[in-house]
Design a protein around this ligand. Structure first.
Ligand code: NAD
Length: 335
């Protein structure tokens, strides 16, 4: 399997490293705009063996190298990745992207989704949006668990995680290090967004279960710290915001059928908060899953984007979601 990596940030570097070190895949190109990477061997950038592949800012690498699949890890948003997906597909490449909005774009970006689906079918390739969340914890895993239910009435899921390992961009979009007033302003202006992906996860579950969701309501509240908290990129004093408690409720009429909570903050343990992923399914039977501590977001995103590569290459053409494809499995652990 010949692969091009587009985007060599925290996630893209991990994915490229997996590909370089895998026996079944070959990295044939690496694209990023970071001037510090230009002309350097991608192996050096991702801290593994040299490959002879130099990082380039030119998307034409795809045309020149003719890969089976392009992994796109450049942005969260459909508007940004759509031209990149379009270019890869028009060069007959399958695509995996970790852009959160691509996990289930059929509702939030209906027109673009129809276009991508028809383009992929015309070129005989598959497009998939995946990641840890959206892409796995609050959607694929939930859908899989409903497979052992005779009836599902309601789903409640929580992902309580630690933001401390993440960089400046994540801190800013979550409002970490702001005052409560700055947090409220950031929410109003759209600078602070919390988690990107609740509508995508909810719509993916609803499609799988045949539920006709009539409304989704989201709420973002500041997590005010009572103690000093600090990471290499941000300082939070008592009274300041340590994270964003983002939640969503999905309705069928007046009934709440899916509830999701995703409080994200730095150093939650400093105030006795344990991290974890929790899924409760109410139906026949009730199911209660607890994963403690939480599935680590960075490692899991890198893994699932890599592990889905052969599945996407083998899949029927079109724009797919995780719910359309075979069960994900590790391809990096052959014994
Ligand atoms: P990052 O900011 O560390 O890296 C992004 C990289 O893409 C940078 O190196 C940047 O130079 C490069 N880039 C941006 N636009 C480009 C372009 N047009 N051409 C070439 N290179 C370009 O981000 P990250 O942590 O690696 O994450 C990447 C994206 O994936 C983010 O938007 C993040 O929110 C998302 N993400 C999703 C999930 C999920 O669960 N679905 C998980 C983690 C990250």
């Amino acid at each position: 399997m010949r692969i091009v990596s587009w985007g060599l940030g925290a996630m893209g570097r991990g994915i490229a490293k997996n590909i370089i070190e895998s026996s079944s895949m070959k990295l044939v190109g690496a694209i990023d705009l970071n001037p510090e990477y230009m002309g350097k061997d991608v192996g050096e950038i991702v801290e593994t063996q040299n490959t002879g592949i130099l990082v380039s800012k030119d998307k034409e690498i795809i045309e020149k190298t003719n890969p089976d699949l392009v992994v796109i890890a450049t942005s969260s948003f459909v508007k940004d990745v759509l031209p990149q997906i379009e270019y890869a597909v028009k060069n007959h490449c399958n695509v995996i992207t970790i852009a959160e909005e691509m996990a289930y774009p059929f509702d939030s970006h209906e027109e673009e989704a129809i276009y991508m689906d028809s383009l992929a079918k015309r070129y005989g390739v598959t497009i998939l949006g995946t990641g840890v969340n959206p892409g796995f914890v609050l959607d694929t895993l939930i859908i899989a668990l409903t497979g052992v239910c005779n009836k599902v009435n309601k789903i409640v899921a929580r992902r309580i995680n630690d933001l401390s390992p993440f960089g400046k961009t994540v801190m800013e979009t979550q409002g970490v290090g702001t005052t409560p007033e700055e947090f409220e302003e950031g929410i109003k202006s759209g600078k602070i967004v919390g988690h990107i992906g609740f509508p995508q996860s909810i719509r993916m579950i609803a499609k799988a279960l045949g539920w006709n969701i009539t409304d989704i309501k989201e709420e973002r509240k500041p997590i005010i710290s009572n103690v000093h908290r600090e990471t290499p990129v941000v300082k939070v004093e008592p009274g300041m915001v340590a994270g964003c408690n983002h939640s969503a409720k999905a309705y069928i009429g007046d009934e709440v059928v899916i509830e999701m909570q995703h409080p994200q903050q730095i150093h939650p343990h400093l105030e006795g908060v344990e991290t974890g992923d929790y899924i409760e399914i109410y139906g026949d039977p009730d199911i209660n899953l607890a994963i403690k501590p939480e599935i680590p977001g960075g490692k899991a995103t890198i893994a699932i984007a890599t592990n889905m590569i052969p599945i996407v290459i083998e899949a029927q053409p079109g724009l797919k979601t995780m719910a359309d494809l075979p069960v994900p499995r590790s391809i990096l652990s052959i014994k």
